[in-house]
Design a protein around this ligand. Structure first.
Ligand code: ATP
Ligand code: MG
Length: 401
């Protein structure tokens, strides 16, 4: 096929001037980054559309990258032709001749330039007639054609395209500001991360690690999960928090049935400090209402007291089975299912309170000074940047813990 470009239609986009420009600029740079392996392509943007000029690159390979980029409603491999009707006729004929297995077609013309000398019906007729005259055995079928040839008449040129490929929707990553994602090795938090990137958030991940109670392999899990998330955003910064001392102090000082509540509160405090340092404005978690003891409404009420920063919970109303479906789609399920212990699982009491009270947890915590340990945890954070293709194997010198 003689496609010379891919025409991209924007997703949800505010019509307001400044927002639109921010959206378009962000989408353009995200597309350029995702397509950087294709050395010849160029990306051009205008108010309503974006164009990936292929310059000989394979449109299928480029299209498969585009389907994963947030902020794209849909896109079409297309041909650009001059506005002169004779040129449009020849291009339309070449377009249809080049496709195999087409026995019925229709032409669907749209004009954004109302000054074009022919109206849409006239263009449909002229092009349809030309194709019928020149290709044997082909006929028009308006209801259910093999091919709908879309003809877009714009001020600068005419565009021909045949298929509309759905995009990922959402908003361009980075368009909605920055948040920190509390990333465990479980199934839920990577999905929460993916969905918040879909709404345009730029994420940095925070992971709590408690050596020697948690193993090297649990670290590897989180690095692998970050690599999957980095495939969406281009790269991910991961902050690894040494959490052992805080957990030990909790075990020692807090009554057993409240250790989980206190652990969560301290995680939130530390995550909030990192958020502040990284100039982010929200914390994202993988919580889902009622899923486990720490995710009852009473628990969330007691835990959330640790901060007044917005805590975003994209999965809050979702069933586990639907979360797992997304985890499969984004290829994190198999990583999350690896059996290695997470710092919470190691210290989980046999009977955590499912309805903790704020007054009680405040009372228990009032006997302990966590401030210094919180400072130490924040100061001891190790930060690593992860890229999609980067293979981080154990023992390759990346000694993070
Ligand atoms: P997940 O599948 O994301 O681990 P979960 O259903 O196991 O979630 P919890 O273990 O109660 O639920 O964790 C709730 C949320 O707390 C997680 O989704 C994550 O955002 C955060 N969290 C839990 N453990 C950690 C950790 N070790 N490091 C960072 N965040 C964590
Ligand atoms: Mg978990």
């Amino acid at each position: 096929m003689i496609y010379d470009h891919i025409l991209i239609r924007y997703g949800e986009i505010s019509t307001k001037g400044k927002n639109r420009k921010g959206f378009i600029d962000k989408l353009k740079s995200n597309i350029k980054r995702a397509l950087q392996e294709f050395k010849s392509i160029r990306v051009e943007a205008d108010r309503d559309r974006m164009y990936v000029l292929l310059n000989g690159e394979d449109h299928k390979a480029v299209a498969s990258k585009l389907t994963g980029i947030f902020g794209i409603q849909n896109f079409s491999p297309a041909m650009k032709t001059e506005r002169d009707i004779e040129a449009v006729k020849e291009s339309a004929l070449a377009y249809v001749s080049d496709l195999s297995g087409i026995s019925t077609f229709k032409i669907n013309t749209r004009r954004s330039d109302k000054n074009y000398p022919y109206n849409t019906d006239e263009v449909n007729h002229i092009l349809g007639g030309h194709i019928l005259q020149n290709i044997e055995g082909i006929s028009v079928n308006v209801k259910n054609p093999d091919l709908t040839l879309r003809v877009e008449i714009r001020k600068e040129a005419v565009y021909l395209s045949g298929e509309i490929i759905p995009g990922a929707g959402g908003l361009p990553v980075g368009n909605s500001g920055k948040a920190v994602l509390m990333l465990s090795g479980g199934i839920d938090s990577p999905v929460a991360g993916y969905l918040s990137m879909k709404r345009g958030l730029d994420l940095e991940c925070v992971h709590f690690h408690s050596p020697p109670f948690t193993s090297e392999r649990s670290k590897q899990k989180v690095l692998d999960l970050c690599r999957k998330l980095a495939a969406v955003s281009g790269r991910i910064t991961l902050h690894i928090v040494p959490f052992t001392d805080i957990q030990k102090l909790i075990q020692k000082q807090i009554p057993e049935n409240y250790t989980m509540t206190s652990t969560r509160r301290l995680m939130l405090r530390v995550a909030d400090r990192i958020r502040e340092n990284q100039k982010a404005l929200a914390i994202v978690t993988g919580e889902s209402l009622g899923q486990v003891a720490s995710q009852t409404l009473e628990s969330m009420f007691a835990i959330n007291e640790a901060t007044n920063t917005p805590v975003l919970r994209p999965l809050i109303t979702m069933d586990k089975i639907d979360i797992m479906k997304i985890a499969t789609e984004i290829d994190t399920l198999e990583i999350s299912n690896r059996p290695y212990e997470d710092c919470c699982t190691v210290f989980t009491p046999a009977n955590p309170k499912t309805k903790p009270k704020r007054e009680k947890v405040n009372f228990y915590e009032s006997f302990v000074d966590f401030n210094e340990l919180v400072e130490q945890a924040v100061n001891g954070v190790e930060t690593v940047t992860i890229y999609p293709e980067q293979k981080i194997e154990e023992g390759d010198g990346l000694d993070l813990f």
